[in-house]
Write a protein that binds this ligand. Structure first.
Ligand code: SAM
Length: 275
C-alpha cells in the first residue's frame, strides 16, 4: 500500500460544480460505482445498509441520495418504510423514484427528531461545513434512530493515485515539466480514519464496519471509465485531462500484458451511529 499525498481542493465542495456538472446526472457516479463489479470480496452495499435498518420502522431519509441506488433497494426490500430522497442536484433526482426533494445536508427541511433513520452515504465529504451537517443529522433523528454514513479510507485505491501521477508526469514530461501533481481525493475531508471522531461529536455510539477488498481487472476500460468520471474536476488539474487519461490507459494495458491483471486495493466502510 502506498501513501499517496492527498490534495484538498475547494472544488470538492463547490455546490454549483456538484449540482451542475459532477452530479448533474448519475452517469459519472455510475462509472465509479461500476468498478466494484471487479472487487473481491464483492459487497452488496445496498443490502448491507438495508440490514442495518432491520429494527427501524417509520421514516428513512437518504441525504445526498444520488442516483437512488439505496432508495431503490429499500423500496424493494422494505415497502413498510416511508422513504425520502434529498440531494442538492435536481438533475440526478430525476433518476430517483419519488418522493424526492432538492435540499442541502447543512439545512435539512425536516422537523426535529422526526426521522427514524438517516442515510448519508459517500456524501459528507462534499459538504463545506461537515460538523454542521453532522449536527443536522442528529437534530432530525428520532429517539432510538440510526444514522448510517459511509466513506473511503485515506488509503483507498492508492494504485489509482499512483497511476494518475505516473500518467500526468509522462504528459507533463513531454511538455518539459516535472512529475505530475497528485489526483484530487473526494473523500479526504471525511475519510474512514477521520469520520468516527467527527460523527462522535453528535452521536454517543459510532460503529465502523470496514469493507476491504481488491479490484482486479484484465481490461483497462473500467479503470479508465473510473478515472474519466472525475471530468467535472478536470480544470482543477495542471495537466491536460484527456491526454492524462489516454496515457493512463496505455500504462494499465501494458501492466495487464506483462502481469495478466491490474490490481487496486480498496478500503471503504459504513459508520453506524446512535445517540
Ligand atoms: C458520491 S455521491 C453519493 C450518492 C449516494 N449516496 C451513493 O452512495 O450512491 C454524492 C451525492 O451527494 C450529493 N451532495 C453533495 N453535497 C450535498 C449537500 N450539501 N447536500 C445534499 N446532497 C449533496 C451530490 O449531489 C451527489 O448526488
Amino acid at each position: 500500500m502506498t501513501d499517496a499525498p492527498v490534495r484538498h481542493n475547494a472544488a470538492v465542495t463547490n455546490r454549483s460544480l456538484l449540482s451542475g456538472s459532477a452530479y448533474k446526472s448519475g452517469q459519472d457516479l455510475s462509472a465509479r460505482q461500476s468498478l466494484y463489479k471487479w472487487q473481491s470480496p464483492r459487497y452488496d452495499l445496498p443490502g448491507l445498509v438495508t440490514e442495518q435498518l432491520r429494527e427501524i420502522r417509520g421514516t428513512v431519509v437518504d441525504v445526498g441520495c444520488g442516483n437512488g441506488k439505496f432508495i431503490n433497494r429499500l423500496r424493494q426490500d422494505r415497502p413498510d418504510l416511508r422513504l425520502l430522497g434529498l440531494d442538492i442536484s435536481a438533475g440526478i433526482l430525476g433518476e430517483v423514484p419519488g418522493p424526492v426533494a432538492v435540499a442541502d445536508a447543512a439545512r435539512l427541511p425536516l422537523r426535529d427528531a422526526g426521522t427514524n433513520a438517516v442515510l448519508a452515504l459517500h456524501m459528507l465529504y462534499h459538504v463545506e461545513d461537515i460538523p454542521a451537517a453532522v449536527a443536522e443529522l442528529g437534530r432530525v433523528l428520532a429517539e432510538g434512530g440510526t444514522v448510517v454514513a459511509s466513506t473511503n479510507s485515506d488509503h483507498d485505491k492508492s494504485e489509482l493515485d499512483d497511476l494518475w501521477q505516473r500518467a500526468s508526469g509522462d504528459v507533463l514530461g513531454r511538455l518539459g515539466r516535472d512529475r505530475g501533481p497528485s489526483r484530487i481525493s473526494l473523500s479526504a475531508r471525511f475519510s474512514l480514519e477521520k469520520a468516527p471522531s467527527v460523527l462522535g461529536a453528535a452521536f454517543s455510539a459510532v460503529r465502523v464496519v470496514e469493507l476491504p477488498g481488491t479490484i482486479a481487472v484484465t481490461d483497462p476500460a473500467p479503470v479508465v471509465a473510473h478515472m474519466a468520471s472525475y471530468r467535472a474536476w478536470a480544470d482543477q488539474y495542471e495537466v491536460p485531462f484527456d491526454e492524462t487519461i489516454q496515457r493512463a490507459e496505455r500504462i494499465v494495458s501494458q501492466q495487464i500484458e506483462e502481469q495478466g491483471r491490474f490490481e487496486i486495493t480498496c478500503l471503504g466502510g459504513l459508520l453506524i451511529c446512535r445517540r
